[in-house]
Design a protein around this ligand. Structure first.
Ligand SMILES: NC(=O)c1ccc[n+]([C@@H]2O[C@H](COP(=O)([O-])OP(=O)(O)OC[C@H]3O[C@@H](n4cnc5c(N)ncnc54)[C@H](O)[C@@H]3O)[C@@H](O)[C@H]2O)c1
Length: 402
């Protein structure tokens, strides 16, 4: 209990107090906890760096080493690490094999671009170490099936980076809709994402469907994971329309034109009859995402909103209307500032806590390879539907692959 109190102080309060002037032996409440696990980060771009910072913030793990195929990324991250954590040693590996097989590392975080996940995983699983693999777990159906088979017999933790489920608004929605069953039987689920275009990336892999799997796989697997979670069923049919109407229309690299969707509508019907709709638009001057769930006894609407306008916009909102069945709720679910600002509105922090729980052998609701599989299957089906104009039946899509 005492240890937990100290850990909490470290995360929530230490950034607000000056402890620099104290001698090591005078640190107690704000002493850095001794980490239980050492992680190696493979791929040190945007999300690799977020995992480094969140690992160090959360405190049960530490960063042991890093590997990246780009010298620039590796040197930048090494410098950033020593600047932010001057007392911490850091190994910099020369090869993927070394990074995967160092006996001093307890777990591997795979944070490389989508198209490389399978190749890196094939090397990483030889180590038998616990693996955290970023989303989307793969970009192609045959790889999704191969990875699902690998994970079935894998002797250690294998977690996928679908952390939106831990954002405060979705955590609240899951508690009300799934645990408390406050809406009664769920019938319809809708998600909207309106946001800025895809960010710049190392080698701009996210501008090309060949490397990212396409927008509906790359970005939207997060939302399809939420559909799958709330529907508690498997997808039956997927129909989608979309286009590249505004973003990156003139973007070329090595003579190749960008070919990714920047807006789409996707409908998913589940085996249990639940109907879902997803609207994506990536040429909006904001980050806005909204979930609506309609059940037989009520409705939830929850959103996150960052719109860059003057004044303080409400960042999170949750409302549940339950008529005369039970109390309704209106709230702004949030985490402490340090956690919320550490990445993806605190989602990444909580997926780290849950990864630690998995390593410790506690039962969790983390995203498994099975969850990663279904989130990617819906994305691949949606990309296919946009191209063909046809409804995609999931059993036909998967026929012959399982
Ligand atoms: N969970 C989330 O919310 C979230 C957010 C952002 C990115 N991601 C995912 O994380 C992954 C990385 O995205 P990013 O935004 O950090 O991209 P990025 O381009 O910023 O960084 C990727 C890094 O991987 C390196 N790399 C490429 N191939 C490699 C290989 N074979 N071995 C080692 N290093 C290699 C690159 O040099 C680069 O430094 C993608 O799969 C992306 O979809 C997830």
């Amino acid at each position: 209990m005492e240890t937990e109190k100290k850990e909490l102080n470290q995360v929530l309060f230490k950034p607000f107090f000056n402890t620099e002037y104290l001698r090591e032996e005078d640190l107690y409440l704000y002493d850095t906890p001794v980490p239980d696990y050492r992680f190696n980060i493979i791929g040190t771009g945007l999300i690799g760096q977020e995992h480094i910072q969140v690992t160090m913030l959360e405190g049960h793990g530490t960063i042991h080493g890093i590997f990246d195929s780009s010298r620039h990324s590796l040197e930048y991250t090494e410098e950033m690490f020593h600047r932010n954590y001057p007392k911490q040693p850091l190994k910099v590996y020369e090869s993927l094999t070394e990074a995967c097989n160092d006996p001093e590392a307890d777990a591997l975080f795979i944070c490389t671009p989508n198209y490389s996940h399978m190749e890196v995983v094939r090397e990483a699983v030889k180590s038998g170490k616990p693996i955290f693999l970023e989303k989307p777990m793969v970009t192609k159906l045959e790889d999704a099936v191969e990875l699902r088979n690998i994970a079935k017999d894998y002797p250690a933790v294998f977690q996928v980076g679908l952390q939106y489920r831990y954002k405060a608004i979705y955590t609240e929605a899951r508690r009300e809709a799934l645990e408390h069953r406050s809406l009664g039987q769920i019938r319809n689920i809708s998600i909207v994402e309106n946001r800025l275009p895809f960010l710049d990336k190392v080698d701009q892999w996210n501008k090309f469907s060949e490397y990212s799997g396409g927008t509906l796989v790359e970005k939207c697997c997060h939302y399809f994971d939420l559909f799958n979670l709330f529907a508690q069923s498997t997808p039956k049919t997927v129909y989608a329309v979309g286009g590249q109407d505004v973003n990156f229309k003139k973007f070329e690299r090595n003579g190749k034109k960008s070919d990714i969707l920047d807006n789409a509508y996707v409908t998913v019907v589940y085996e249990n009859g639940i109907r879902c709709s997803f609207h994506l638009c990536m040429f909006c001057p904001m980050f806005y995402e909204e979930l609506t769930i309609c059940g037989e006894q009520g409705r939830i609407r929850a959103y996150e909103n960052e719109n860059f306008l003057p004044g303080a916009p409400e960042h999170t909102h949750f409302e549940m209307h339950c008529a005369d069945h039970r109390p309704s709720i209106i709230s702004s679910p949030c985490y402490p500032v340090t956690i919320q600002q550490s990445g993806h509105m605190g989602g990444t922090y909580f997926e780290h806590k849950i990864f630690i729980d998995n390593l410790d052998g506690r039962k969790t609701d983390s995203a498994t390879v099975e969850d990663g599989f279904w989130s990617v299957v819906v994305g691949i089906a949606a990309e296919q539907s946009v191209k063909t104009g046809q409804v995609v039946e999931i059993d036909k899509l998967l026929a012959g692959t399982l």
